[in-house]
Design a binder for this molecule. Structure first.
Ligand code: AMP
Length: 486
């Protein structure tokens, strides 16, 4: 098997964990991951334990492709964790699917699932020696590091040590045979929430929609810098670092589901406000407001309501085509967009359109979209984007693009408008976007928009304008190693 290039691939993922007696744990994980599918479509995995041993099952593909009734039925236990993974080019191997599984020096099992991206992986891998150098993702590195730490202390203490040793964004769920753990980096870049099941037991998940789907109620966020432990005795909390919150603003713009509830607002309400504020900041004389579904839908409603311009659906989305970024090459990505959105000529013909989308990254979506709308008879196309120009790469787990690929990195707004072919183009201002979250600006990571990175990024990564992680594992295969069910 050839080695898989690591370029551009990061872990932008969804995590889930549950500890509950008398429940079908594997199915709860399955449904939780199903609700988080938008956070990762490349691979899915579940680990369960009956108190004596951990069984990991993972594979490439969507949750519904990886798991079926017979496979879930083999996974019995009262605790489990799950993961969905998302990446672009490369590293699309079975090895990189999660949960990562390691055996401790004492012979105990550990499974770990990670959402986010570490920034000091190269240094951590070097410190770990040959074992670290062999890791192909930062998640595997975390698991290796954790297993090593357990030589001297219990898993909980080892996890505290790991959380203190690594830098970057991590929302983690971890389990050994008897206990589930959840941890969030001191900046709380990626979300992680705690829920309670009606008959007892706890759930951890990237988004509240995963709690809703398994019938759990939201208890609270896992705090930045907090470690929670769930076992027979219930849930305990421990702080491993002082909180310095820098929640990802792009979660509000694009990543999270509209029904995710941040402490201050739902994503849906924030997106409605984005649209309304965009209407105030960038009004235009037009006949119809149309969303680019689904990420622009709530905001288009907000724009229409605030502007008084009627709302219509001018693009029909094929719901069975995944996020277009999943395509590995530019040409396939373009094909993806056409497969995904089909214009409604009778709605669009002769109309002056306000088209609301959440972001422009490389610009290929907007460019094709505008051309498609014009060829479907639109008289004018006014593009309104519910975030500021994306000018800086993300090092904390959003798989956007390298700096060189970001359209706005080298162009003025006028040049971008010309590139995408719109009659007018306006972006929401950063301050307005921040206001929609109901959080103080200082508690949000805005790096992709303003270049202020809350967690220092090592020079080699910053210079490359992208992630330079641990190198691909030698002899990486798309087959599971012996002893792990695939
Ligand atoms: P682009 O064609 O590169 O400009 O992509 C912009 C489109 O991709 C927007 O319509 C977004 O809805 C979507 N998008 C933005 N960020 C991401 C991301 N990190 N992963 C996948 N899709 C994204």
């Amino acid at each position: 098997m050839p080695q898989t290039p690591r370029t551009g691939a990061r872990d932008e993922c969804g995590v889930f964990a549950v500890y509950a007696r008398g429940e079908d744990i594997a199915k709860l994980c399955f449904y939780g991951l199903y609700a988080l599918q938008h956070r990762g479509q490349e691979s899915a995995g579940i680990a369960v334990s009956d108190g004596a041993s951990i069984l990991v099952s993972k594979d490439m593909g969507l949750v519904s492709q990886v798991f079926n009734e017979p496979r879930l039925a083999t996974m019995q236990g009262h605790l489990g964790i799950g993961h969905v993974r998302y990446s672009t080019t490369g590293a699309s191997t079975w090895d990189n699917a999660q949960p990562a599984f390691k055996v401790t020096p004492a012979g105990r099992g550990l499974a770990l699932a990670h959402n986010g991206n570490l920034v000091n992986t190269a240094a951590v891998a070097r410190d770990l020696g040959p074992g670290g150098q062999r890791c192909s993702t930062d998640s595997e590195l975390l698991a290796t590091l954790l297993a090593g730490h357990t030589a001297d202390v219990c898993v909980e203490d080892a996890l505290v040590g790991v959380c203190r040793a690594v830098r970057g964004a991590f929302s983690l769920v971890v389990m050994d045979e008897q206990t589930v753990y959840g941890a969030r980096d001191p900046h709380g870049v990626r979300p992680l929430v705690v829920g309670r099941l009606p008959r007892g037991g706890y759930v951890l998940a990237s988004e509240t929609s995963a709690l809703d789907i398994v019938g759990a109620h939201l208890v609270r966020d896992v705090e930045p810098g907090e470690l929670v432990t769930v076992d027979e005795r219930g849930l305990r909390s421990r702080r491993f670092a002082q909180a310095t919150p820098s929640g990802c603003l792009f979660e509000y713009v694009y990543v999270a589901r509209p029904d995710h509830r941040f402490a201050e607002t739902t994503v849906y309400a924030a997106r409605r406000r984005m649209g309304a504020m965009l209407a105030a900041e960038a009004p235009v004389d037009a006949d119809l407001v149309i969303p680019v579904p689904d990420s622009g839908t709530a905001a288009a409603g907000g724009y229409a309501e605030a502007s008084g311009i009627p709302y219509a659906e001018g693009l029909v989305k094929n719901r069975y085509v995944g996020r277009t970024f999943i395509s590995p090459s530019p040409s396939l990505r373009e094909l993806g967009i056409r497969l995904k959105l089909n214009p409604l000529r009778d709605v669009l013909e002769g109309r002056r359109l306000v088209v609301v989308d959440d972001s422009i990254v490389r610009g290929s979506t907007s460019r094709q979209l505008v051309a498609m709308l014009r060829s479907s008879g639109a008289a004018e196309v006014h593009l309104r984007i519910t975030s500021p120009p994306v000018r800086n790469p993300c090092f904390y787990g959003i798989d956007m693009a390298t700096r060189a690929e970001l359209l706005a990195a080298g162009l003025t707004i006028g040049q971008i408008r010309d590139f995408v072919g719109a009659d007018s183009l306006a972006y929401l201002s950063l301050d307005a976007l921040v206001a929609t979250t109901r959080r103080p600006k200082s508690t949000l990571c805005r790096a992709c928009f303003d270049g202020q990175y809350p967690i220092p990024v090592p020079g080699e990564q910053a210079a490359a304008g992208k992630d330079v992680l641990v190198r691909p594992r030698a002899g990486s295969t798309d087959r599971p190693p012996a002893g792990v069910q695939a």
